[in-house]
Write a protein that binds this ligand. Structure first.
Ligand code: FAD
Length: 425
């Protein structure tokens, strides 16, 4: 008999809870990854950096496993099809994995668990992606938190010493596995310019994070979003360091968990405003203006610079994400779901919970969102956070001239009116 370890959002060998337990089980462990066609078929761009990122992370794991006389089995299909094949090919005792909290993933895992159980195989899942999950952090009345500050207070109170786990790779031994993993081409994708680098905690950045993080030209944030999304770095390692060295950065990691628990407890937010009254907003949804926003041609330099950074690199600085999101929802009165979908397509660090939570925050309709009447003024934001226009110059071409799609004061008044009317109904 063998055990299967199914890699998903935890593409690392080090400090991986589910993998650790699989290796402790005493049986040989077959490590598996599935390129899920249900997800891949939805991606428009065949040069998707995220697919390439995953592929490169898998190659690294495979290379490491080879040293231990093992290898990674990478499949292409729906998880159900693939697991059906796996249980035919191997005499499987249990399938180990780490938990995922997105509604579709929960549904998938439920179906897989039911299917496996029919074959007397248990799906054993573990908490790995977060420090606190599900009902770990609740209010005294046992309901979930919907406001960040008290949530983070309780989160910190509940935090005990964090231990990381050492993986004993010798347990993989003697199950050789395939010599190579499936090439990108075979799953219908192409290589991009992306070079996978081993994610590391950059101490210089984290130690002075609070001071410089808001200035986009300084680029003084960790860029660990993608590593946290795909689990190429362990959250416990990050939190351990943050607790010791920088509380401002720790708070960002707590925001990540805050939105994850919101998504878990209120899965409706995927399609709807957290605050239901905001569904009454009469969005203008002008397609031409949306296109100008996507292409970085709104005539507002800070917005256009941000959108061009996103289009070119798959990353945008957090301050500018807030400005561009506010601009789309307030200045252009375009439904936050349009912006959310565009970011989802482009961001290398795209994460459903964080993206949805932050878009709803920017639109004012989310939990603990800024009040709707606080509308970012892109010029004031530039003065405060990019006063020498260094960021703007970096991302806009020298011959950049764009007529503003809308005048600021007019747009502001229009947004206030639309929001007020929606909330009065
Ligand atoms: P750092 O500033 O170094 O922070 C460390 C980590 O903390 C991040 O990598 C991330 O995992 C987490 N984090 C930081 N800020 C937030 C936040 N506000 N909400 C949730 N987690 C946070 N973040 C994503 O990970 N994926 C998204 O799809 C995403 N979409 C966003 C959309 C909008 C409109 C806005 C305003 C923000 C969005 N964010 C998203 C949050 C934030 O902008 C990014 O996490 C951050 O810019 C990533 O850069 P970094 O890795 O250098 O993060």
């Amino acid at each position: 008999k063998v055990n299967i370890f199914w890699f998903r959002r935890d593409l690392r060998l080090e400090d991986n809870v589910g993998l650790y337990h699989a290796l402790q089980s005493g049986l040989k462990v077959i490590p598996v990854f599935i390129f899920d066609t249900d997800i891949l078929n939805r991606l428009q761009d065949k040069k998707d950096r995220r697919v390439d990122y995953i592929h490169q992370a898998l190659q690294r794991i495979h290379k490491e496993l080879k040293k231990h006389n093992s290898g990674l089995y990478v499949y292409h299909g729906t998880p159900m099809q693939v697991l059906k094949k796996i249980i035919q090919d191997f005499n499987v005792d249990k399938v180990f994995c780490n938990r995922d909290y997105e509604p579709q993933a929960i549904q998938r895992d439920r179906e897989i668990a039911d299917f496996l159980l029919k074959h007397h195989i248990q799906l054993k899942d573990f908490k790995d992606q977060v420090i606190f999950e599900k009902n770990d952090i609740l209010k005294n009345d046992l309901s979930p938190y919907t406001v960040f500050t008290p949530y983070s207070k309780k989160w910190k109170e509940n935090l005990k010493n964090i231990e990381t786990l050492t993986t004993d790779l010798t347990h993989f031994a003697n199950y050789k596995g395939p010599s190579e993993i499936i090439p990108l081409k075979e799953i219908g994708f192409e290589k991009t310019e992306l070079e996978f680098t081993e994610p590391e905690l950059n101490r210089d950045i984290i130690d002075s994070y609070g001071k410089y993080r808001d200035f986009p030209a300084m680029d003084h944030t960790t860029h660990l979003g993608t590593a946290l999304r795909f689990g190429t770095i362990s959250i416990r390692k990050c939190v351990q360091y943050a607790v010791k060295h920088n509380e401002v950065w720790l708070n960002e990691l707590i925001w990540r968990e805050f939105f994850m628990q919101i998504l878990y407890h209120f899965p409706d937010v995927v399609h709807q405003c957290f605050k239901k009254k905001y569904e009454n907003i009469a969005w203008r949804n002008n397609e031409k203006e949306f296109k100008a926003w996507c292409e970085g041609k709104t005539g507002y330099p800070i917005v256009d610079a941000g959108m061009r950074q996103l289009n070119e690199t798959g990353f945008m600085h957090n301050r500018v994400r807030m400005v561009t999101a506010s601009f789309l929802t307030k200045h252009l009165l375009i439904d936050w779901r349009w912006g959310e979908a565009y970011f989802a397509e482009k961001l290398l660090d795209y994460d459903l919970a964080a993206n949805n939570g932050n878009w709803q925050w920017a639109a004012g309709c989310g939990c603990d969102a800024a009040p709707y009447f606080r509308i970012f003024n892109p010029y004031e934001q530039t003065k405060k956070f990019d006063k020498d226009s260094q960021y703007i110059r970096k991302w806009l071409p020298e011959d950049y001239v764009e007529e503003p799609v809308v005048e600021h004061t007019k747009a502001r008044d229009r947004a206030l009116k639309a929001y007020k009317e929606a909330l009065a109904e």
